[in-house]
Design a protein around this ligand. Structure first.
Ligand code: CP3
Length: 361
């Protein structure tokens, strides 16, 4: 039986709740992935979806970055697209192309094909993977579960894969707004059930990825993305697990800061200190080193890590991360270096703060 609280005092969870920590915790989006030779060795033998559906492989791959680069949280190896797949859309993840659906949603009638009844049964492999991964982690670091936002899932379901200008999904929302809202509502209900089930199965935090929120104008973002994220946040049964919302490329944090969540992700295009001012202490912040900086020399990485830590400033509520996922060709050595750098520099900074103030804030 898993003790839900075994890592409750973990740095990462405390920082999410804006409680004092002795240093800044770090994890990296897409930390379980192709930049690790150990990941590639397993991936050579199995296709991507088979990996997602095999709890043994999920647990193994999820633990790799904890052992190899030393991050302060694990994120369950899976994909945001397992939800549309469980609704009956055939998914292929093709090397150097990315995810592809061969029968995308293009008309209102296509929505009838989506099978929502029994979806949690079809996603039970994820819950089994969560349980096994918690066991294997054995309390070392907390386990994060995740989902795509309704908007971001809808972009893939309508485009049929990645996209350059998102003309198909945008045409869909402008020409068939009612159908679009129906799709987004269907996804929202599935996501609430899915994340609640992940939390019940042992995830100690959850992150909602709105990777494509930033392609919408501010008014369309409110209408087609934010309102559904709000609905999800209000309907999660978190049992104390922090909720992280990462909306990449959004114009404003003000409305996000009123969501019923604990942490907001910040991409690298923003100054995290300015975002902190805008958010005004309403939420902890996660971010925001440019992922391509991991291709820079170590001195440059050090300077930029220090810049992000200084930009956030003193006090609790900062979780260090990249501004988006780590890139497949990143040198492992640099991924490890950034983790060590954040640990050391933030520990030093915190000790200076403590000796100045006499307490840990
Ligand atoms: O963060 C982690 O380590 C956990 C694993 C994780 C994956 N995908 C594994 C994966 C997470 C959190 C995701 C989320 C995800 N998936 C998002 C949101 C986050 C983001 O980066 O914006 C999105 C948009 C997807 C959809 C998706 N799945 C894409 C665009 C791709 C191709 C990416 C690429 O670089 O080729 C995938 C496939 C995928 N998901 C891979 C991994 C490790 C690569 C698959 C492979 O091994 O070939």
């Amino acid at each position: 039986m898993i003790d839900k609280n075994e890592t409750a005092d973990a740095l990462f969870l405390r920082a999410c709740k804006m409680q004092p920590t002795e240093r800044v915790p770090i994890w990296i989006m897409r930390q379980a992935g192709r930049y690790l030779p150990e990941y590639r060795a397993i991936r050579e033998k199995h296709d991507f979806l088979t990996m997602c559906k095999t709890p043994e492989l999920v647990a193994e791959v999820t633990l790799q970055p904890i052992d190899i680069i030393g991050t302060d949280a694990a994120i369950l190896f899976s994909d945001i697209l397992v939800i549309p797949e469980a609704m009956g859309m055939k998914l292929d993840v093709i090397e150097s192309v990315g995810p592809v659906f061969d029968d995308p949603i293009r008309t209102e009638a296509d929505l009838e094909r989506l099978e929502t009844d029994g979806i949690l049964d079809r996603l039970d492999y994820v819950m089994q993977a969560v349980k096994l991964t918690r066991e294997r982690l054995n309390g070392r670091v907390p386990l994060i579960g995740f989902s795509g936002s309704p908007w971001t899932l809808a972009t893939y379901m309508v485009e049929g894969g990645g996209s350059k200008n998102f003309s198909l999904i945008k045409s869909f929302i402008y020409n068939h707004p009612e159908a679009a809202h129906r799709l987004l509502r269907t996804l929202s209900d599935a996501i609430v059930a899915y994340l609640n089930s992940k939390i019940r199965s042992g995830c100690q935090a959850v992150q909602i990825f709105d990777t494509w929120g930033g392609i919408l104008s501010p008014t369309d973002f409110d209408e087609f993305s934010l309102r559904y994220i709000r609905y999800i946040c209000e309907n999660l049964q978190t049992d104390g697990a922090p909720v992280i919302v990462f909306a990449k490329g959004v114009a404003s944090f003000d409305a996000l800061a009123d969501l019923k969540c604990d942490v907001l992700g910040v991409d690298w295009s923003r100054d995290i200190g300015r975002v902190r001012e805008e958010v005004g202490g309403r939420k902890a912040l996660q971010g925001n080193l440019d992922p391509t900086l991991l291709f820079a020399p170590k001195e440059k990485i050090t300077t930029e890590v220090r810049r992000v830590l200084d930009a956030y400033g003193s006090g609790s509520g900062h979780i260090f991360n990249l501004g988006h996922g780590i890139l497949p060709k990143t040198p492992v050595e640099n991924a490890k270096y950034v983790v060590d750098c954040v640990k050391e520099l933030s520990l030093e900074a915190r000790q200076t703060e403590i000796s100045a103030a006499g307490v840990l804030r």
